[in-house]
Design a protein around this ligand. Sequence first.
Ligand code: KDG
Length: 314
Amino acid sequence: MADAILMGEPMALFHADEEGALEDVSRFTRSLAGAEVNVGIGLRRLGHEVTYITKLGMDPFGKYIFRALEREGIGREFITFDKERQSGLVMKSRVNSGDPVLEYYRKNSAATYLTPADVEHVDFNGVRVVHMTGILPAISESACAAAYRLVQKAKLEGVYISFDPNLRPQLWHSQNVMVRTLNDLASHANMVLPGLEEGRILTGRSDPDGIADFYQEMGVRTVIIKMGGQGAYACKGEERHMVPGYPLERVVDTVGAGDGFAAGVLSGRLEGLHFIDSVRRGNAIGAMQVTVAGDNEGLPTRERLDAFLARFRR
Ligand code: KDG
């Protein structure tokens, strides 16, 4: 029985072994990427049961992704293989401080053929959280319809819906459609997790309070605005708090920070932690994730999370 359900496009990641423009790099290391899969891995490493819905190509990358999910202990009963289409790929440049370049090869991938039918037989029995990102609705119209069906089913079943807008403007035809669609999906969520810059783009408001007001006026009870190393502005009903982040000596690669944050907040919720303690855990896991180069290699087991937190208690 799953605690959490996620749906999205996991991809094979080709990560440059050396710094420089992607076209100049000749060696790459393969690993696993995808926002929803990162959150699933984060939850699983902390001991929560996760079911993942997707479509993979029947190709070496699809098989690799499936095995990687198996190794992480993620439920794969709603993963199907498509013989006609390929699995998505992403190339990532090597950086040792900050934001890398991402280049996608995911047009017409197997996951873009996800449809509402892929959600129909999903068993919500015992499920406590559905986490979605704004990437799935961006990859195709049918995947967008599938995202809506997932939200609709979760609502009918009374399951808590968490939504991270995770803006990928390069995957949308127009910024207007992106903003309209993501705000509409957000309006069905119980919790929305935008980054500050994402919140500005989506709401047209400049400060964290304005962004929180925008979503709360739509009926979203919990809005947490991620502010990088500074921490997060956490709003739940009438409560509003700035929850400070964890100072780091070095940020290696920012990718996956938001997914680590979501895994922290959601695991806290699943374990009955106080809201602010869940946000603190989100900040901690986001911080741990940016100290490594891969997209999910920094997501901790409980032991590693406790060791990280202990360093800041001294
Ligand atoms: O949040 C990080 C992910 O987004 C990354 O692992 C892969 O860019 C990616 C995507 O579109 O899923």
